[in-house]
Design a protein around this ligand. Structure first.
Ligand code: SF4
Length: 339
């Protein structure tokens, strides 16, 4: 049994909310405040159970697709982005849309459109079925093939091996993606890189931080939902970096006693869609288990902030309410400060 004197927590920083999630969540909050409930949201605004259920209690109605939104009503598109077909379907139903697609996802969409226009074969590295991948794919389905993992590379067939480019989902494991690219390049030596990193700053920063603390940890707990790609990647990255064990939890209700047997050092981090209140609860629960000493392991400082979606900003401005909002530090509870 480990004595409490040797028990400690290493807390990763950065962790939790990224700029794209903050913007999307605030967009729904402000839409509810400005237009009143209900506000429809296509898909989960961000992949986090707590965030979705909190917003639902306040009047957001989450739907799977635009055909579930009453004609003429207002709908918010999630941070993961949508394909042009979704925009068109919304237009046909005369929906009032607020597009909360993260600007860093939009950047990847634009890359896809540009390379398709130049008639490239585009290899989109990402997880088939993930909303972000569906949205990007939908920009140029006749030019894009989805490559799920390094093992998928052999299935790729292109028209001209000298005119191939790869792009990616924003929330992948950096190391696994680079392995996929390495294998693709073996097949297609002229494979072109995207103009800039598609795996976003937040995904990369959270992986770097967890890599730094993982070798010292007997256990790494990642707060995040099962459908949150970047949260699931953090568990994989922790294990690859040397953590003895690692688990993802939505909240403290999922902690298991057996995880803590013989454990001295617990690493803690959270995915980019996770409000800090869930990490705070975990730190308290760990304290109750004797892990009272908490040391932060910081590998970067983030200060990026995106302005609210254009449509919402315009309406807030007309009403004399906006469009500015104070920056909320990336690690925060849901709606704990005025926005
Ligand atoms: S994880 Fe990255 S791409 Fe996704 S919302 Fe956050 S900043 Fe945007």
């Amino acid at each position: 049994m480990t004595s409490s004197a040797t028990k400690r927590v290493l807390l990763a920083a950065p962790r939790g909310y990224c700029a794209g999630v903050d913007r999307a969540v605030v967009a729904v909050e402000q839409a509810l405040e400005h237009y009143g409930a209900p506000v429809y949201v296509r898909k989960e605004i961000v992949h986090n159970k707590y965030v979705v259920s909190t917003l639902a209690k306040r009047g957001a109605i989450f739907v799977d697709d635009t055909d579930e939104v009453p004609a003429g009503a207002r709908v918010v598109f999630s941070a993961h982005g949508v394909s042009p077909a979704v925009h068109q379907a919304a237009e046909e139903r005369e929906l009032k849309t607020i597009d909360a697609t993260c600007p860093l996802v939009t950047k990847v969409h634009k890359e896809a459109v540009r390379f398709a226009k130049d008639d490239y074969d585009i290899l989109l590295i990402g997880h088939e079925g993930h909303e972000e991948v569906e949205g990007t794919y939908g920009e140029a389905p006749e030019h894009i093939q989805v490559v799920n993992s390094p093992d998928d590379v052999d299935k790729v067939v292109v028209r001209d091996p000298d005119k191939v480019v790869w792009i990616s989902q924003t929330t992948l494991s950096v190391d696994e993606t680079m392995e996929t690219v390495r294998r693709l390049r073996e097949l297609f030596p002229s494979l072109q890189d995207p103009p800039s990193d598609d795996i976003c700053y937040a995904t990369q920063n959270r992986q770097v931080a967890v890599k730094k603390l993982a070798p010292e940890c007997d256990l790494v707990i990642v707060v995040g939902s099962a459908n949150s790609s970047n949260s699931v990647r953090l568990v994989e990255v922790a294990l690859e970096a040397g953590a003895r064990s690692s688990y993802r939890v939505d909240g403290i209700g999922e902690l298991k006693d057996e995880w803590f047997e013989g454990v001295s050092t617990v690493g803690v981090t959270s995915g980019a869609s996770v409000p800090e209140i869930l990490v705070e609860e975990l730190i308290t629960a760990l304290g109750e288990r004797g892990y009272g000493e908490v040391q932060e392991v910081r590998t970067a400082t983030e200060d990026l902030m995106f302005s609210l979606p254009r449509e919402l900003r315009a309406d807030l401005k007309k009403a004399g309410q906006g469009p500015s909002r104070p920056r909320r530090e990336g690690r925060r509870s849901l709606n704990v400060e005025p926005v």
